[in-house]
Design a protein around this ligand. Structure first.
Ligand code: RIB
Ligand code: CA
Length: 308
């Protein structure tokens, strides 16, 4: 049976991914937290907020408070200073289960069939690979990151997760020994999640509708300002959908590295050297089917016994 870890910097779209993952289909071993959209402590508080809303306390493992070599750059202007759209959701603390890098390595060693969703900067994954690369030979890693043939969202050339820690992104894309999938902005920018979908969800599940409205309000305002769209991209949930519904996506197999040069930091670059390990990069999706699937998945109550 496949077991899951979600490496995350919650963030609004991370939160939507965590809501999607509340279903039985995802036996989650734990969440490894990484600084990105928000500082690590805020990421932890946001997991407490989501745990209270979902009625499910997922094990938390604390990861890196910042990139491997660079100062942290956060994304409060997109996700709100609290990382969840200034929604001020209530929470209760609970004990952290341990440290993220050792948790990732231990889980990869113990689980025959491990799938890791990487939703933030790849700092934790890079540090785990440095410490024990062989551990991950049988694992799958599905990454949200990169901008290949579209404009970046943090610089013209780079997507946020890869911009924040380009060294980590480059090391992971080069060295991950298992099965690797990349979900870049090229893909996620083809699907706009809007107030229409939230209204449909709210009719079937009012509490979920209120939750989504409260965390996405500022996020959608940022997308209107920055991207000129009515709605938002749901970057992180797309990694789970690639896993659950591969029939709704197209990919090709290519090899990549990530630039660590200052002027192009975080840029996703094709590798053409012989023997370079390829990954699946997703480049096309079926938007209507995906939105219908999301609405259905978020309308129904959890089968995990939580509140939502
Ligand atoms: O560029 C989008 C990605 O960066 C998403 O994972 C978002 O949550 C931020 O982490
Ligand atoms: Ca994220």
């Amino acid at each position: 049976m496949t077991k899951f870890i979600i490496d995350t910097d919650p963030g609004v779209d991370d939160a939507i991914a965590l809501v999607l993952a509340r279903q039985e289909a995802y036996p989650i071993l734990g969440l490894s937290l990484v600084a990105g959209n928000v500082h690590l402590e805020t990421a932890k508080t946001n997991v407490f907020r989501l745990a209270k809303f979902l009625g499910r306390k997922l094990p938390i493992y604390l990861g890196s408070p910042g990139p491997i070599t660079r100062p942290l750059e956060t994304a409060g202007e997109i996700h709100g200073q609290d990382g969840l759209g200034e929604s001020n959701l209530p929470y209760e603390d609970y004990p952290v289960s341990g440290e993220a890098v050792d948790f990732l390595i231990r889980s990869a060693q113990e689980e025959e069939d491990l799938c890791i969703f990487a939703l933030g900067p790849l700092t934790n994954l890079a540090l785990a690979l440095r410490k024990n690369p062989q551990a991950f030979e049988g694992s799958r890693l599905i990454i949200m990151g990169g901008a290949y043939q579209v404009k970046g969202n943090t610089s013209d050339l780079a997507e946020f997760n890869f911009y924040v820690d380009p060294e980590a992104a480059d090391e992971v894309l080069r060295n991950f020994p298992g099965d690797l999938d990349l979900v870049p902005l090229d893909l996620t920018s083809q699907c706009i999640f809007s107030k229409r979908e939230i209204a449909k969800i709210a009719r079937a599940n009012p509490a979920m509708g209120n939750f989504l409205e409260s965390i996405t309000r500022l996020y959608m305002e940022a997308y209107a300002r920055e991207e000129g769209i009515e709605g938002c991209y749901i970057n992180d949930p797309m990694t789970l959908l690639v896993y659950e519904r591969p029939d709704l996506f197209s990919y090709e197999r290519l090899a990549f590295r990530v630039s660590c040069q200052e002027e192009s930091r975080g840029q996703l670059l094709r590798r053409k050297d012989q023997g370079a390990k390829t990954l699946r990069i997703y480049y096309k999706l079926k938007e209507k089917e995906i939105l219908d699937y999301l609405v259905e998945a978020m309308s129904r109550k959890s089968d995990q016994g939580g509140n939502q």
